[in-house]
Ligand binder design. Structure first.
Ligand SMILES: Cc1cc2nc3c(=O)[nH]c(=O)nc-3n(C[C@H](O)[C@H](O)[C@H](O)COP(=O)(O)OP(=O)(O)OC[C@H]3O[C@@H](n4cnc5c(N)ncnc54)[C@H](O)[C@@H]3O)c2cc1C
Length: 561
């Protein structure tokens, strides 16, 4: 049996998204500026190559990029298309009302329509050019701690990460060439594992990093890339919509960003705190595309790529403890997204930079205790992250009371920059879902049809299986299922109470109820369809689904997304 390797580095970064890569680059810059013994830095990423697991809108606010890489233009940053015009509409079932003014959060002059996947690829190249090792296809599987029982150790201290094993079959036994994951020990570990990062989630349960903050809030974003006739939309056109097909009780909206050559990014965001157990976010997206305004834009066009990903929406109030002994948390893993602006890339980059600076100072001082790493929180509090997020700290929470109440709260927050507004208590979104009996007032059982089911024509609207195909996702079937489900709960109570909502909230048909051959149903997990969106880990009403990383290098292929 192969031996497990142990590697020692100064800084380990988990996740090569904008947050993790910015941390790595800042560390290299600090090294150049301050000299001394070179730091050893490693970045591990579950995707098999740079950018392949990145999905975003994406409108880039370039403010952090200016500070991190001032000569980004000379270095060929793929900044896509500058925003030319902003439009915001309220949709009814067949009509549209253009808002006469664009509210400040929706003003995008100076921003760029980018592919986050391409941008991340470029950022990774900048990091590699600094001689930093990036390990593609290496998922972190477990957080490693110093033994709290050891003499002189009072609290559990993060000492690194164990990466996933390779070569285990679905029966849990080695298949072919078995390669155990490595233990990577680091003086400072930076968790940049994105929304609902599964290692950051371990910190929530093992170190209680969320105990002093509001519950995290999430939304699911479903995105498609389309090619449409080139003269249909002026490149740089930005359209956001509110309203149809969502109801007052659901939070969300859409985007449509026109790039050069007829490429269009179109997507729909739904808060993962909806009440209707039979609601299906993917079906809502199909209805949205069938709206006359949107279908006229997509007419004669072609779907190029599909994907989905959750995003954190709880904002400033939901940030966890950002530092613990031996570790820091950045970007989406720390819930740094401005949900009013639907923007988090520049915040992930900024928090990555600040974490990089803090880690560098801590290592030079020979102290990576939480007392030393607290400097990261001080830096965040003095940075544009707080300036941007604090005024809108409770906006998503306010929308819990409906579109009108949320809109009013958001309006006041903009006028007062958040001053004088009460802090609202957040809620765990999955607990907002009502049982079928509570929501419909009758005990319907075994209903698997979405309350908002949409017609599928495979031209404009697509089913989830086709969507998964267009995401390019791939997983070897012969490996342990990476979605850990307590199926006893699923069969005994979830079916009768909620009608198996996983079938509906998953955007890739991973969860399917099939005939069990005895007159009933059984859950079939199509793990190979998974697009790593994390929605199931977030939205299951009993919280009995845990997403863990599959074998390294597997998952979606988000080229161009
Ligand atoms: C639908 C949607 C639309 C959005 N639109 C916009 C927009 O228009 N503008 C904007 O600014 N922001 C937007 N955002 C938010 C923005 O994309 C995120 O805030 C940003 O990508 C966060 O960067 P990050 O580095 O923290 O996380 P990510 O970009 O998610 O990167 C995390 C990385 O960690 C890797 N990873 C995860 N777990 C592990 C593990 N265990 N081991 C190794 N690697 C791991 C992942 O594969 C991934 O590459 C949008 C988000 C969504 C979902």
């Amino acid at each position: 049996m192969a031996e497990r390797e142990t590697l020692e580095v100064d800084v380990l970064i988990v996740g090569a998204g904008p947050g993790g890569l910015s941390a790595a680059l800042r560390l290299a810059q600090m090294q150049q500026a301050k000299g001394g013994e070179p730091l050893s830095i490693a970045v591990i990423e579950k995707g098999r190559e740079a950018g392949i697991h990145q999905l975003s809108g994406a409108l880039l606010d370039p403010s952090t990029l200016h500070d991190l890489i001032p000569d980004f233009a000379a270095r060929g940053a793929p900044l896509g298309t500058p925003v030319d015009n902003d439009n915001i509409y309220f949709l009814t079932e067949t009509g549209k009302l253009r808002l006469p003014i664009t509210p400040p959060p929706f003003q995008n002059h100076g921003n760029h329509i980018i592919s986050l996947s391409s941008f991340t690829k470029w950022l990774a190249a900048q990091v590699e050019a600094e001689g930093i090792d990036l390990f593609w296809g290496f998922p972190g599987q477990h957080v490693l701690y110093e033994d709290a029982a050891a003499p002189g150790v009072e609290r559990r201290r993060v000492i690194g990460v164990r990466t996933g094993d390779r070569g285990i079959g679905k029966d849990g036994k080695p298949k072919g060439a078995f390669e155990p994951g490595a233990d990577i020990h680091a003086k400072v570990t930076i968790f940049a594992d994105g929304v609902r990062g599964h290692l950051t989630k371990q910190l929530y349960s093992q170190l209680e990093i969320g105990i002093a903050s509001e519950p995290a809030q999430f939304a699911i974003g479903i995105k498609e890339l389309w090619d449409i006739p080139k003269d249909r939309l002026k490149p740089g056109t930005v359209i956001h919509t509110l309203g149809y097909p969502l109801r007052e009780e659901e939070f969300g909206g859409s985007w449509l960003y026109a790039m050069a050559d007829g490429h269009v990014s179109i997507g729909f965001v739904v808060g993962l705190d909806y009440k209707d157990p039979l609601f299906d976010p993917h079906a809502a997206f199909q209805h949205f595309k069938r709206h006359p305004f949107i279908s006229s834009i997509l007419a004669d066009g072609q779907l190029v790529r599909y994907g989905a990903k959750a995003l954190p929406e709880g904002g400033w109030a939901s940030q966890p403890s950002l530092f613990v002994d031996g570790a820091l948390i950045v970007g989406d893993a720390a819930n740094f997204v401005n949900s009013m602006r639907l923007k988090g890339i520049h915040l992930a980059m900024r928090s990555g930079m600040l974490a990089g600076e803090t880690a560098f100072d801590a290592i030079r001082a020979g102290d990576s205790s939480s007392a030393a790493l607290k400097a990261y929180k001080t830096r965040v509090d003095a940075s544009p992250i707080k300036t941007e997020l604090y005024p809108v700290r409770n906006v998503h929470q306010a929308f819990g009371a409906g579109l009108m109440a949320g809109g009013a709260y958001a309006g006041i927050a903009m006028l007062t920059r958040g001053a004088g507004l009460p802090d609202l208590a957040g809620h765990f979104g999955h607990r907002e879902m009502k049982t079928i009996a509570d929501y419909y007032g009758l005990a319907k059982r075994d209903i698997l049809v979405a309350s908002n089911a949409a017609p599928i024509d495979r031209k404009l609207t697509f089913d989830k299986v086709t969507g998964a195909h267009y995401s390019g996702t791939h997983h070897d079937e012969n490996q342990p299922v990476h979605l850990l489900v307590q199926t006893d709960v699923c069969h005994s109570v979830c079916g009768p109470e909620y009608g198996h909502p996983c079938v509906r909230f998953c955007p890739a048909n991973v969860y399917e109820m099939v005939d069990n051959g005895a007159g009933g149903l059984r859950l079939q997990i199509n793990a190979s369809n998974c697009v790593h969106c994390k929605t199931c880990d977030i939205m299951d009403p009993y919280g009995v689904i845990t997403w863990v990383a599959p074998e390294g290098g597997e998952g979606p292929s988000y080229d161009g997304m």
